[in-house]
Write a protein that binds this ligand. Sequence first.
Ligand SMILES: NC(=O)c1ccc[n+]([C@@H]2O[C@H](COP(=O)([O-])OP(=O)(O)OC[C@H]3O[C@@H](n4cnc5c(N)ncnc54)[C@H](O)[C@@H]3O)[C@@H](O)[C@H]2O)c1
Length: 315
Amino acid sequence: MKALVTGGAGFIGSHLVDRLLAEGNSVDVVDNFSTGSLSNLSQARIDYPHQVRIADIDIRSEEFPLHIARAKPEVIFHMAAQADVRVSIERPVFDAGINILGTVNLLEGARIAKVRKIVYAASGGTLYGDVANEKLPISESEPQRPLSQYGVSKKVALDYFGAYKALYGIEFSALALANVYGPRQDPHGEAGVVAIFAGNLIKKTPCIIFGDGSQTRDFVFVDDVVDAFSKAATRGDGEVINIGTGVETSVNQLYEAICKVCNVTTPASYQPARQGELERSCLNPRKAKKYLNWKSWTAIGDGVSQVVNHLASSK
Ligand SMILES: NC(=O)c1ccc[n+]([C@@H]2O[C@H](COP(=O)([O-])OP(=O)(O)OC[C@H]3O[C@@H](n4cnc5c(N)ncnc54)[C@H](O)[C@@H]3O)[C@@H](O)[C@H]2O)c1
């Protein structure tokens, strides 16, 4: 398959590029390197010099649809985004420019190039907003009520995919990701807490937990996530599908797991909870099993030990 990955130099995108290349696909990467980096693709470039092409292009630019038309991919994996909730609150116009207008620009390129399918990285952590505890883990049937500008800009893209499917027959799957963690992760992303704790504990620097640490998240390992993207190239057409573990892990449990891997016993220091943070978050992965035959498999202890090893070796 000929694939194009936007945001392919980023955290999740670069793991997806590695996976697609290992499966024998040829891959065009589009990235403006605003948060991604060429070093995330260094192994891919060594192992697959003829199968991977990297273009420094902004998805908002006029050049981008022309680039898609030239590359003629069969499937586009759309990972490029302004992915920081706090930035979206401070700079909502900037956020919408990338996440909404950049996506429309991509769809125009896909229309011209007659792309068969787009697989989109939606945000399961923000799509549903504040959901009552008895509704956890959250199913896709839950109303979509995002509570941040980032959540809204990522959600709006879903309606555009529906419209382009209806108008031009471009297929899509939107994978609503839980809190993705793993090597190459930026501490500012949605599951940045894993990278922050691991980075601090390796350096024996104390960690801060906001609130009492009982707040929960659904931490899903990046290798498991890119497996879902690979499967969605040929399955799950027209669907929004949660990609999570279905298991809640509290921030305290996460901290203990990372301490264990780093072999330290330093207690965390606690500060008042940050405003607007969800108390509990967890996605129901049942639909992913049905439509993609996907299920996460990496236990949190194994995943965090890979993050710690990666950070320790890249110091
Ligand atoms: N990390 C998570 O836990 C998580 C959870 C839910 C959804 N997502 C989504 O997954 C995708 C990837 O997230 P990530 O964590 O790998 O973030 P990331 O910041 O590492 O990756 C985003 C990539 O997009 C590139 N990019 C940003 N703006 C661009 C532009 N205007 N033009 C071209 N490239 C641009 C960046 O340089 C970067 O390489 C995003 O769409 C994000 O919204 C991530």
